[in-house]
Design a protein around this ligand. Structure first.
Ligand code: DAH
Length: 352
């Protein structure tokens, strides 16, 4: 085989193998076999100048090289064609930087990561925990499965007391002295037993009521209980704390009013209302045209309750309040149905 033919053979095999797509391969093919100036065509034409004795061998080696190159071009063509189809069919081309929806359907898209977010109840709860800890309150927890004693008895609600009717209670089937706590107030007594006086604490938590659910009622709700016990604690302290909370939640203009309400564990007891954050007192849909929103119950701790917590009511007095956390959240975010909060529906949760 002539040196030129050998060189062309070797170089062409490399060009064919490294052609990255069909267009490059066609260019290599043309450079070899073009009728006018293909490199192999030219070499084959040189047969005219070869000595007669060598013509046969020269012709044969030219044909061998030609066939080999045609063969490897065909093989490479098949490879490149297959790669292309495979890529499209298997969705293998990945552009990780492409935002969702911009890449063609034949590409694997960059997947958007779904991060969770804080539940609206947790948001308001953490916000209030920050506020109360800044005023020197501890944040406490208590059991959701509670004894009848802490949930009722110790809070001055004896077995036959009509106030129990206010609480639709889930009792344990085989042991009615245990209940799903109906409010966070039982932690008042647990806290007194554990820490004594003086005491400043809040208790955010989940409570349960055995009632038919509708847009305004849910069997599971969140409350935030608070208590302050010290020498000389009086109603003015209660008003001060509640006003601070109301202004923090709804702005500096917010007013608070107290209306008498009976709760067995406080004396006097009040229900507390704040001026509606939407209409600022003029009346609107949110406050049902009253201008006021009821958001808490409160009062001065009953001496019997202090005693249940082993605290002497002659020495100490206390105030207590219970904020309807679920209700605060519904009002804050204008949530129309109490059942959305714990329904687990992502269409609701993703909005926060
Ligand atoms: N525990 C009451 C309820 O669930 C709310 C409440 C009222 C809590 C007055 C208090 C209070 O601490 O003083 O309806």
């Amino acid at each position: 085989m002539s040196k030129d033919l050998q060189k062309l053979h070797n170089e062409s095999l490399v060009h064919i193998a490294t052609a990255l797509d069909l267009a490059q391969l066609e260019a290599v093919e043309l450079s070899l076999f073009s009728r006018q100036n293909g490199r192999l065509t030219m070499l084959m034409k040189e047969i005219a100048t070869v000595l007669p004795a060598e013509k046969k061998a020269y012709g044969e080696s030219c044909n061998t090289v030609k066939e080999e190159l045609i063969g490897s071009i065909a093989k490479r063509r098949e490879e490149l064609t297959n790669v292309r189809w495979k890529t499209i069919a298997n969705d293998e081309r990945i552009d990780p930087s492409a935002p969702l929806g911009t890449s063609s359907s034949s590409m694997t898209r960059a997947q958007k990561k779904n991060y969770g977010s804080l539940h609206p109840i947790s948001r308001v709860q953490y916000d209030l925990e920050d506020l109360f800890t800044s005023m020197g309150f501890m944040v406490l927890d208590g059991p959701e499965l509670e004894s009848d004693y802490y949930n009722f008895e110790a809070l001055n609600i004896p077995a036959d007391h009509p106030a129990r009717d206010m609480h639709d209670t889930f009792y344990l089937k085989n042991n009615p002295s245990w209940v799903m706590r109906t409010h966070t107030s039982p932690v008042q007594v647990r806290a007194m037993e554990k820490y004594g006086a003086p005491l400043r604490a809040i208790v955010p938590g989940r409570c349960f009521r055995n009632e038919a659910t509708d847009p305004r009622h849910e069997h599971t709700l969140y409350q935030l209980e608070g208590l302050v016990i010290d020498r000389g604690i009086n109603f003015a302290h209660l008003k001060g704390i509640i006003a601070t909370v109301a202004k923090h939640l709804y702005g500096g203009e917010t007013k608070v009013r107290f209306l008498p309400k009976f709760y067995p564990f406080v004396e006097p007891g009040v229900r507390g209302e704040v001026t509606c954050f939407l209409c600022h007192g003029t009346g609107c849909r949110v406050c049902k045209n009253t201008g006021w929103l009821e958001i808490f119950g409160a009062g001065m701790m009953h001496p019997n309750v202090l005693r249940a917590g082993k605290i002497d009511p002659e020495k100490y007095s206390g105030l207590a309040f219970g904020l309807g956390l679920s209700r605060l959240v519904m009002l804050k975010y204008a949530i129309p149905d109490a059942r959305y909060a714990l329904g687990g529906d992502l269409r609701f949760l993703n909005q926060f």
